[in-house]
Design a protein around this ligand. Structure first.
Ligand code: XMP
Length: 526
């Protein structure tokens, strides 16, 4: 595979995706991963990502000691991008210094020598626009390296040591703003490094089926919780192919579902997916545990814990009918949920995404009795959709907007059980989503929903003063939920949703629209 070592760049995931788009399997690990961890994924190519730090700052992230001895001994080809290139230069004895002129954004550069990286210079020497984002520059190269491209200002932007199989780019070939970046990147991955473009969804499917059969064996049973979303639907269909009727699906009504969600989802399972699903109404159990809880992380932990309690009770019931207890729990965890990135030095964080403990990853109790099966944990959302299409999961599931595991609990700010918050939120959300569907915008929006705010505002409705609830609407575009842009509806559309909500939902007199991208906000409000 191609391993991307992450030094905190905002583009690390993009690099991994670009490589997968070439049909080559790619993974990422934190930049300072140990030799054992790196060796464990047996990479043929290692890419060192960019990052916000300076390699000259004491304590800035670095590679394990002896990294280049390891790559040389194993014939691994290395490409450093931006910070990655500076790290190569520094660790192999060259020098890097603060650039006198920092370069951000578009820059022109041209290859200045016939090289392995760009081929025959005659053919490629034309200037090309590349995307730069750096404050440091390489000023002296280690022995054996040569400069193969410079920017207009004369900065070294590409280096190589073909004998040692080590290359470096100061710019970002993976972003579309780099005019011929993908061409250079493809050439590096497929021709220079010789990675095989043999990764496809059929293989992923077959491999996962084999793996699940190996792990579960021929006797054991598994439980799969369906949420009504695409990830769990694809995971369940895949595992059903592997285990047949040794897979038992449950749909849990936790009292935090959207408008008529339970009825709609159960009908789709029966009608289109032909999977036997047991529906468990645990709404009172969840809501009583959540009563009075306002801290978002506490809510997530409680919900994660309750889900496991429900599955364990279900497993005991199954034991009575089957004569054995299902030992495995299937989860639709995706790669962005498990990916680790390199934290900035001094942040005190070890590699983890502590922004929110997504309950299907971070919020599970430590002492749970199930072994997890996560067949999608190496895939991005769009890859899961492609796998779902291959498995003939109904389009209605594949096209659905994502819905968080803790459900409306992270969309009612504060105490979920307060007053009629949940009911109001369901009605507003239904109106908003229907308007989006009627306007034909559902498929171009990645996720849209309403949020219930724990405040009241003064209004005037039917000539009377009101003191009622405020709701927020959120709609975003995104590739994988890691970064997002707010969706730009027309003012007319927003006005019509606002009127429908205030006229149609009792207790709401004000609607606001969230115009924040991620970062700095997150997608959900809690
Ligand atoms: P955030 O709010 O982290 O959301 O920017 C990114 C994506 O993840 C979903 N999300 C969750 N999914 N459990 C989940 O299974 C959670 O606790 C959770 N929190 C957020 C969110 O809906 C968005 O699609």
């Amino acid at each position: 595979c191609v391993l991307v070592l992450d030094f905190g760049s905002q583009y690390t995931q993009l690099i991994a995706r670009r490589i997968r788009e070439m049909g080559v399997y790619s993974l990422s690990l934190p930049g300072d991963a140990s030799r054992d961890r790196i060796q464990g994924s047996n990479p043929a190519v290692i890419i060192l990502s960019g990052g916000p730090e300076s390699v000259e700052t004491p304590g800035s992230p670095s590679l394990f000691d002896g990294f280049f001895d390891y790559t040389r001994a194993n014939g691994v080809t290395v490409l450093g991008i931006c910070y990655g290139m500076q790290l190569i230069v520094k660790l192999l004895g060259g020098s890097v210094k603060r650039a006198t002129e920092q370069e951000y954004g578009r820059t022109e550069m041209a290859p200045c020598a016939s090289s392995v990286l760009y081929g025959d210079c005659e053919n490629v020497a034309k200037p090309q626009v590349v995307w730069m984002s750096h404050g440091d520059e390489c000023v002296r190269l280690p022995d054996g390296f040569s400069v193969v491209a410079r920017s207009e200002q004369g900065t070294i932007v590409a280096i190589e040591n073909a004998d040692a199989r080590i290359y470096g780019l100061q710019y970002h070939p993976e972003v579309t703003h780099s005019e011929r970046g993908m061409e250079t990147f493809r050439r590096f991955i497929l021709e220079i490094a010789g990675a095989k473009a043999d990764w496809n969804m059929e293989d992923v499917m077959e491999e996962q089926i084999r793996e699940v059969r190996r792990v579960v064996g021929t006797e054991q049973h598994a439980i799969c919780a369906l949420s009504g979303g695409v990830d769990s639907a694809v995971a369940a269909t895949l595992i059903h192919k592997a285990l047949g009727d040794r897979l038992h699906c449950v749909f849990v009504d936790n009292g935090l579902l959207r408008y008529q969600e339970r009825e709609r989802v159960m009908a789709t399972f029966e009608r289109d997916m032909h999977l036997p699903v047991t529906c468990i109404d645990a709404s009172e159990q969840f809501l009583s545990k959540l009563k009075g809880v306002t801290d978002p992380e506490k809510k997530r932990k409680i919900i994660g814990g309750e889900f496991i309690a429900v599955f364990e009770t279900f497993a005991l019931t199954m034991e009575k009918t089957l004569g054995k207890r299902p030992r495995f729990l299937v989860q639709g965890t995706l790669y962005p949920d498990v990916i680790e990135s390199c934290p900035p030095p001094g942040s005190g964080k070890k590699h983890s995404h502590t922004i929110k403990s997504h309950h299907n990853v971070g919020g599970l109790p430590k002492d749970m009795k199930f072994k997890l099966i996560e067949p999608l944990k190496w895939l991005f959302k769009d890859e899961v959709r492609a796998l779902g299409a291959l498995l003939q999961v109904p389009r209605s599931f594949l096209k659905r907007h994502p819905f968080p595991g803790p459900g409306l609990a992270v969309r009612v700010l504060g105490d979920v059980t307060a007053g009629d918050a949940l009911q109001i939120l369901r009605e507003v959300d239904e109106i908003f989503i229907n308007c989006i569907k009627e306007a034909g915008l559902y498929d171009e929006i990645w996720q849209a929903f309403a949020v219930f705010l724990p405040i009241k505002s003064v209004g005037v409705q039917g000539d009377q003063r009101t003191h009622s609830h405020v709701v927020a609407l959120r709609a975003i575009t995104s590739h994988d939920g890691m970064t997002a842009d707010w969706y730009q509806f027309t003012p007319q559309f927003l006005a019509s949703v606002s009127a429908k909500v205030c006229n149609g939902v009792r207790g709401v007199n004000r609607v606001v629209y969230d115009i924040t991208s991620k970062p700095p906000a997150t997608v959900e409000w809690e």
